[in-house]
Design a protein around this ligand. Sequence first.
Ligand SMILES: [Zn+2]
Length: 263
Amino acid sequence: MKIYILTDMEGISGISRVEMVRPDEGGEHYQYGRKCLTEDINAAVAGAFDGGATEVVVNDGHGGGRHLILEEADSRALYERPGSGYHLMPSLDESFGGIFAVGCHAMAGTMDAFLDHTQSSTSWYNYKLNGERHGEIGQAAAFAGHFGVPLLFVTGDEAACEEAERLYESPVTVAVKKAVGREHAICIHPIKAREMIRQGAKEAMSLVGKKAPWVLEAPITVRLEVYRSDMVDGMAASDRVTRIDARTIEMTVKSAREILKWS
Ligand SMILES: [Zn+2]
């Protein structure tokens, strides 16, 4: 049984401040954040194999990748990074039994959520699929649903886990921290959190073949509202996109693989 693990960094255990997820300004705090990321992923990979996985692919998804410390990552798994929005999870296909989303954050505009955002913390205000607000967990669920693959397991802060349970067919969740305002989190001890992730991942394996994928009804309307008009000028120039007003663009796509394909 093949499992695909999409990772982000904001919802990793032990990561409690914004500089820990920022390579450009994080310094030694970011380097420790990479260690935390690698260990949470190792826990999820171990849980997947404990639960019967035969192949695990890990996608180093935060900010385009290059955050994982590969030499310290579980050598049983395979590793890749995201491509364009169309290739969010490049090797994912119908042959996988499920996806895990590790290190998640809640969608932009969520209360009591650590570093909540959808793609851009500075410009993306609302992102809607068929009229409903979604974030990056929803994008992963929809993308996997395109291939008939269910979202089985989610880790992150409490707000991310609540979002996943409410919107995406109740995957197994493990909350490793709670936000105190947007830029600070109080964390479970990382060693304990990693044990919880390993257990949760193993439990999620029991949903393989039982849990339904999250499938958006096509054609899919994708609407993006940003903070300022110039933030969509470039995207609005695409033939695929209709400008609704100064700050809002919309496109209609045939498949969930295209929900981030603006041009
Ligand atoms: Zn991220």
